[in-house]
Design a protein around this ligand. Structure first.
Ligand code: HEC
Ligand code: HEC
Ligand code: HEC
Ligand code: HEC
Length: 386
């Protein structure tokens, strides 16, 4: 089975070189779509309604969470999945580390684009949010700001957000003058407004949203001085106190909306700290938002001590003894837990055999919460390094 191209063909990320403490970004989630087909996940799972119905449609889920959160979800479902594999006489697919990374990047990215906007809601928002007081759309409206219809680029939510952002301070001036209130947007508003503008504009240009490149976004996050007030990933967390943490479990329109809504607070603070209002060109806003989105992929560091007790209490230690002697290998001799993806890949590949042993040993499948996964990873990483 193959997914129709149009659903996800717009996805594509290239990532630059990555340091160890940074988030492991997939080279290209498009690759993950191929893995999803090749490994037959699609036989049981649909994406956007297309695919098998044995398991849940994976694009329906709100947010899969960080790498280890997703790992926990998959791990805990493994017995049910295995049962289906047996029923359908399918082989359990094994995955390489790169395939696992691609697959995770792909699943994670599914929510990025969010739902398509609603044209009719978009039209009524232009009135209810007061945009029409200052802007012309479809021949009606004010002349304080530019005619929104003429600029086809706004048909893409990201370009609209970028344009709004760039003009933020000037718009703000006007809003003050006219004693209007700053338009606060919610939920899907950004997508809806641009869906309406897309329909209202006459141009034939293909205005699909650019997916954004998180690796470039990482650089922009510094270049545009976001780092002056915000924490990104990794070590930035422990450097300066007083930085505002960006931790958003939202798709691209959600992130864009928050940035817009916080525009006033940011403007005020930037003025105070003499930071120039950053402006964005070309694909920059898309790249930056993709990076902010991928911040959610990062896991908090785990607790090695707690990890050790998870290893005991979940029964891993029954089969994985020190210096061997259990039914599974001594995990300390495996110097291969450099990344969470690596651990997940090894666990996934052995989940079939492990399950057989769990069943014959009359034991329960060890359910692992996200926190368990995180701590387990910290622990395994530590023992394997010795
Ligand atoms: C033979 C059928 C089958 C195949 C093939 C399969 N799965 Fe599943 N999967 C299931 C079933 C059934 C569930 C639901 C289990 C449950 O409800 O506990 C599930 C659950 C999941 C979930 C959790 C979904 C959620 O929202 O809770 C994820 C993620 C997942 N599978 C990913 C994958 C990936 C990735 C692959 C390919 C490597 C794959 N599955 C292959 C049957 C399958
Ligand atoms: C009080 C008047 C006012 C309101 C209300 C207002 N705008 Fe604006 N807007 C402006 C002005 C003035 C500019 C041009 C700023 C500049 O020249 O830098 C602008 C610029 C823009 C731009 C960039 C236009 C360009 O040429 O690149 C977009 C997009 C935009 N507004 C969208 C909106 C949307 C969507 C809303 C409603 C949520 C809205 N505006 C509400 C006054 C307003
Ligand atoms: C001068 C300080 C400053 C700079 C520079 C700055 N911000 Fe902000 N940012 C803020 C403040 C203040 C808030 C509002 C926090 C609040 O409302 O609680 C905020 C809020 C946000 C939010 C919403 C966070 C949330 O959890 O709701 C996002 C997203 C954001 N900023 C992104 C950015 C990006 C991207 C950049 C770089 C282009 C940037 N900020 C630059 C001060 C700044
Ligand atoms: C019932 C016995 C059993 C239990 C319980 C068990 N494992 Fe395993 N595990 C195995 C066996 C057997 C293998 C080797 C499978 C193989 O070689 O294909 C294995 C392999 C692994 C591997 C891959 C090692 C490698 O060299 O590739 C990892 C990682 C792992 N287990 C982690 C765990 C964790 C974490 C737990 C606890 C949540 C756990 N195991 C619980 C039996 C078990």
């Amino acid at each position: 089975m193959k997914l129709p191209r149009l659903t996800i063909a717009i996805i594509g990320i290239a990532s630059g070189s990555l340091l160890a403490q940074q988030i492991q970004l997939p080279q290209n989630p498009l690759q993950g779509r191929i893995v999803f087909e090749e490994k037959k996940c699609i036989e049981c799972h649909a994406i956007g309604g297309f695919g098998g119905t044995v398991g849940p449609d994976l694009s329906k889920r709100e947010f899969f969470g960080s790498t280890l959160e997703l790992a926990s979800i998959i791990w805990n479902h493994a017995p049910q999945m295995n049962r289906k594999f047996r029923q359908l006489r399918m082989n359990r697919p094994s995955l390489t580390e790169n395939e696992m990374l691609d697959l995770f990047g792909f699943l994670y990215y599914l929510r990025y684009l969010g739902e398509p906007g609603s044209v009719s809601h978009g039209r009524s928002l232009l009135t209810s949010k007061g945009c029409i007081t200052c802007h012309m759309v479809a021949g009606k409206g004010g002349k304080v700001g530019p005619d929104l219809e003429r600029v086809q680029g706004y048909a893409s939510p990201l370009f609209m957000v970028q344009a709004m952002w760039n003009h933020g301070p000037a718009m703000q001036e006007q809003i003050k003058k006219t004693r209007m209130s700053y338009p606060i947007l919610s939920g899907q508003d950004v997508a809806d407004i641009s869906a309406y503008l897309r329909q209202a504009t006459t141009g034939s240009a293909d205005m699909r949203m650019s997916p954004g490149n998180p690796a470039k976004g990482r650089t922009l996050f510094e270049q545009k001085r976001c780092v002056k007030c915000h924490l990104g990933e990794g070590e930035a967390r422990i450097t300066q106190p007083g930085l505002i943490r960006i931790d958003l479990k939202k798709g691209v329109t959600g992130v864009a909306t928050l940035m817009w809504n916080h525009g006033l607070a940011m403007m005020a603070r930037m003025k105070r700290e003499s930071v120039d209002w950053p402006r964005f060109e070309g694909n920059e806003m898309a790249d930056l938002l993709a990076y902010i989105y991928f911040l959610g992929f990062e896991d908090k560091p785990g607790d090695t001590q707690r990890g050790e007790s998870v290893f005991r209490s979940k029964g891993c230690v029954d089969c994985h003894r020190q210096a061997g002697g259990g039914r599974g290998p001594d995990l300390a001799t495996i110097n291969r837990f450099e990344t969470p993806i690596r651990m997940i890949q090894l666990m996934w590949n052995h989940a079939g055999e492990m399950e057989d042993l769990v069943i014959t040993g009359n034991k329960n499948w060890p359910v692992l919460s996200t926190r368990d996964m995180r701590d387990l990873y910290a622990y395994l990483r530590k023992v394997a390094q010795k």
